[in-house]
Design a protein around this ligand. Structure first.
Ligand SMILES: CC(C)(COP(=O)(O)OP(=O)(O)OC[C@H]1O[C@@H](n2cnc3c(N)ncnc32)[C@H](O)[C@@H]1OP(=O)(O)O)[C@@H](O)C(=O)NCCC(=O)NCCS
Length: 172
């Protein structure tokens, strides 16, 4: 594993996902609570989870970064990371986080997202970081702000699951 494939924070270790992480990927993306605001992310079965993992891994191979698995005390809690995409005709890093509902409300997402945004500043400083959040997803909005992103209403888009509020860092 390359040095920048593993990130550490006070309580967490973030790692490039490996095959055993497909179990949690599958569990989270078949859990209606974890996809309540993003039903288009839901998976039907294990085969779709394996395909989703293959796409995440392909992103890592092509770009040298992607979604990290988030662990505390060696227990997998979920995923947080970056995906290269286009927004308003610009290349951007889309910030993603999805955690096991059993661990919500303990500051894990804020801690993981802050580490990921710090990684982006150090390793991909030329690219804006964005978060696309459904208006009613208050926890997600707070996580974006905690990671240092600012609300940018002029960039809001009609998203796949309804309107997306856009939060940004380094959009100039
Ligand atoms: C969004 C998510 C990752 C937050 O995870 P978490 O570990 O519970 O978040 P944190 O404990 O770090 O809380 C972050 C902030 O949100 C607040 N918060 C958490 N749950 C909340 C809720 N239900 N309502 C309002 N605020 C909430 C916390 O108080 C905290 O605020 P602070 O920064 O002012 O202290 C988690 O709820 C999740 O996985 N949701 C499903 C996937 C998802 O919606 N991802 C985002 C897609 S855009």
């Amino acid at each position: 594993m390359r040095a920048d494939e593993e990130l550490t924070t006070a309580r967490l270790v973030l790692r490039r996902p490996a095959h055993p992480d497909i179990d949690l990927l599958h569990a989270l993306h078949t859990d209606p609570r974890a996809c309540a605001h993003n039903p288009s992310d839901l998976l039907r079965d294990r085969a779709e989870a394996e395909e989703r993992f293959r796409r995440w891994d392909e992103h890592w191979r092509r770009h040298g970064f992607g979604y990290w698995s988030v662990r505390r005390d060696d227990l997998p809690l979920g995923f947080c990371g970056l995906k290269l995409m286009r927004l308003h005709d610009r290349d951007v890093l889309n910030l993603f986080y999805r955690l096991d509902p059993a661990g919500w409300g303990d500051g894990v997402a804020g801690e993981a997202a802050t580490a990921v945004v710090r990684w982006a500043a150090a390793h991909r400083p030329g690219l804006p970081v964005v978060a696309r959040v459904r208006p009613e997803n208050v926890a997600s909005r707070r996580v974006a702000q905690r990671a240092g992103l600012h609300r940018a209403a002029h960039l809001d888009t009609p998203g796949e699951d309804g309107p997306d509020l856009i939060y940004v860092l380094r959009w100039s």
